[in-house]
Design a protein around this ligand. Sequence first.
Ligand code: SF4
Length: 400
Amino acid sequence: MSSPAPLSYSSYHTYSECPLRWKFLYRDRLPETPRGYFTFGRVVHSVLEEIIRPLVVPTARRVSLGDAQRTLDEWHPSGSTHSPHLEITREQLLEAYDRIWSSEGYTTPEEEARYRTLGRDLLLRYYERLVREQPHPVSVEEHLEARWDGIPIHGYIDRIDRTPDGGLEIMDYKTSRELSGEDARQSEQLSIYQVLVESNYTEPVEGLTLYHLRSLTPHRVPPRPRTALLALHDRLGSVQDGIRAEAFEPTPGRQCSRCDFQSRCPEFRPVPTSDEPRLRELVDRFETLRHDERRLEEELRKTAEELHRAAEGFGVHRIPGTRSVAIRRREETWQYSLNGIRPEVDAAGLDERLGKGTPEEVRRVLRDASVDPELRRRMAETGSRRVKWYWELDEGTPSG
Ligand code: SF4
């Protein structure tokens, strides 16, 4: 059996969305229609690479790069240990932008002109930011590979910076319209990059950043805990198994609207003409029922709320109707918010045991006599109880 090709984030993501689309792209290597916004992102990334590369001071690596490897200590050709300075001018930046610009994929000259102006503004504003807050990159657009517990992975990382504490910060530029802190917290791309950097560099990863270029906002989050990485490793493993087993099922979803392979996809095969009216009717009926379902759910929620208010007012849990009796039941859940005492929890080495901080995980630690009682008391104090009421119908009970 041939060894599987390394998974990149986009390959993993594509397979997770639709294995058949993965096959068309990565196995059959079918070309996609160029799109203006992809070209735009590529051009902006290339210009940033060009202006930031002269600032790179490479750092120690786990894998020897032979003669090409340099470290900070060796990087002072004029006897200075300072990092290089940003020397490119605004004019040079714009010259690079014009040189690298590509018209590929834009549907109209107006669309291209709009993107071109946007890119120019965005790069000039980012340039001003770079002049004021010069970064300390150890690499730009670096291709890294690793074998993560049996799974080969790889990726091109926009930038890796040295932090003031001597650690590393991974940065990925985004040219998208919107980006939030939640995107950075959820990004599996950043998680894969963290593993790649940890496998190739000796310094610790201290931060992961999605940099939103349109608003000049860095969304920075701490490195992922081991539990999150293990869960991702499982998901990557499933994708690798699927590829190895040639499991290329079409999986329709939102991604279909931007998939270039609809004409080859069985999901988009036209239904036989004779069955068309009947199927159309079924789909329309399904849509109507789904709509009714939502309306009824909303009505049910409002009725339950009104019953709840009445029950609270009369101090009862049982309200008779004509045919049955409504009985109010309660469900209790506990939440622990450990953020405020995170440093103490980490210092006690409980990070791994607490995992995602679910109530069950916290309670297990609270019951553990080997954990400092004072810390357990403080953890318990972060708990809060949530009560949820719901209604059941006792249809066998006569009313009254
Ligand atoms: S059209 Fe949809 S289901 Fe078909 S290959 Fe593309 S993404 Fe997959």
